[in-house]
Design a protein around this ligand. Structure first.
Ligand code: PMP
Length: 399
């Protein structure tokens, strides 16, 4: 089957009624297989993990740890390098508040880029307020990619961390992670990759990427909300102090002294997101069965088609590089993105309009907001056609 014929809409109850959902970068719709796995985990198979002496709980514990193995295989890391978090945002905060507080001090520097999501900016600013760590911002190339030549010039031995998005949630630009890793490591810095928009679209191999931390959220990957992943190299995780205190993260508790469980359990205080982790594992099965290579091809093709079609209009400004994956941001002359989004909604087309949690990027583009269309595996030509029709109608309304 070619990617052009790859249409999976029937598997997605959230798309019933012919809805043209073009906001997958915000969150992906869920295939029936993931919904079923989640319902079973919450119903038929439900029990707690790690504590029960009864069979249902033992089975659930096995399933939960199998979800960790599934996640490890998904990123090509090791099982004990996978920390379950509530999402990418929590994963980055975890790194900032454990590894960051332990390893960074006043005078040290962190390199981010202009296109980062707020969740890969604010935790580092908060760390800076606590420790005196300073932030540098790597600029973008003219077409909206992180300018790694500039990063190379900017990096110094004072830089202890480089934290960058693998795929921009606004522009769809793809980072050369391997080169970023080489540049970071050359000055002795660690590399954290925000993989939120890459995990659903690009096959991952954390060893080949050579990063030190990789984070993403399940809900953008066709899985449930409330669960995400921090992958970190085992030696780094082992040296990180605990974060949240409570049950499940301890070895032994007395009022005199508490000792902690090894990683990754040390970072998973409290009853975990059992149901969500099982749903995420099912989403990884589903996605892997379709094939990440096919996903990437499909999303590159759709982004290119939409850019092509919008590029033919003389009233549209396109943002970002021509070789984006799955995400296209644009502006329609004389129409606020929110008005465009509202009119498109009347046509059964859902796009995102706003700053996309990337206000510094909006500032650098010189706009308060963009319209953004983002694709998933279920997206097809009919979604692009509906969007173009809706843009045409908006043009007629606004003149
Ligand atoms: N980084 C990027 C690039 C994102 O697209 C998002 C979600 N929009 C996040 C981080 C934050 O993810 P979450 O809200 O699931 O924690």
């Amino acid at each position: 089957m070619t990617t052009a014929t790859l249409t999976l809409k029937d598997q997605f109850p959230g798309l019933a009624g012919g809805w043209h959902y073009l906001d997958t970068a915000a969150t992906a719709q869920k295939p029936q297989a993931v919904i079923d796995a989640t319902v079973n985990a919450l119903g038929r198979d439900y029990a707690t993990v790690h504590r029960g002496v009864y069979a249902r709980s033992a089975d659930m514990t096995l399933a939960f740890e199998a979800a960790r193995q599934r996640t490890a295989a998904f990123v090509k890391g090791a099982e004990d390098e996978i920390v379950f978090t509530r999402g990418a945002t929590e994963a980055i905060n975890l790194v900032a508040q454990t590894w960051g507080v332990e390893n960074l001090k006043a005078g040290d520097r962190v390199l981010l880029s202009t296109l980062e999501h707020h969740s890969n900016i604010v935790p580092w600013q908060m760390l800076g307020e606590r420790t005196g760590v300073e932030i540098d911002v790597c600029p973008l190339t003219a077409d909206g990619q992180i300018d790694l030549d500039a990063a190379e010039r900017m990096l110094t031995p004072a830089h202890k961390l480089v934290a960058l998005a693998h795929v921009s949630n606004v522009l769809g630009s793809v980072l050369d992670v391997r080169r970023a890793a080489d540049l970071a490591h050359a000055v002795g810095a660690r590399l954290l990759i925000d993989g939120c928009q890459a995990a659903p679209r690009i096959a991952l191999d954390v060893q080949a990427l050579d990063c030190d931390f990789y984070v993403f959220s399940a809900h953008k990957l066709y899985g449930p909300t409330g669960v995400g992943v921090l992958w970190a190299r085992k030696d780094i995780l082992d040296a990180m102090p605990p974060w949240h205190g409570g049950g499940a993260m301890i070895d032994r508790v007395t009022f005199e002294k508490t000792t902690y469980a090894p990683a990754p359990q040390r970072f998973e205080a409290g009853t975990p997101m059992i149901v969500e982790a099982l749903g995420m594992a099912k989403a990884m099965d589903w996605l892997t069965e379709i094939g990440l290579d096919r996903a990437e091809r499909h999303e590159r093709e759709l982004a290119a088609k939409l850019r092509d079609a919008l590029g033919k209009r003389n009233d549209v400004t396109l943002f970002g590089p021509t070789d984006s994956v799955g995400i296209v941001s644009f502006a329609l002359d004389g129409v606020h993105p929110h008005d465009l989004g509202t009119i498109l909604d009347e046509e059964g087309v859902a796009i995102r309009a706003g700053h996309h949690c990337a206000q510094p990027l909006m500032d650098s583009l010189g706009v308060p907001a963009t319209a953004r269309a983002s694709f998933g595996l279920y997206s097809d030509d009919s979604d692009i056609e509906a969007l173009l029709k809706g843009i045409e109608r908006t043009r007629r309304i606004f003149g």
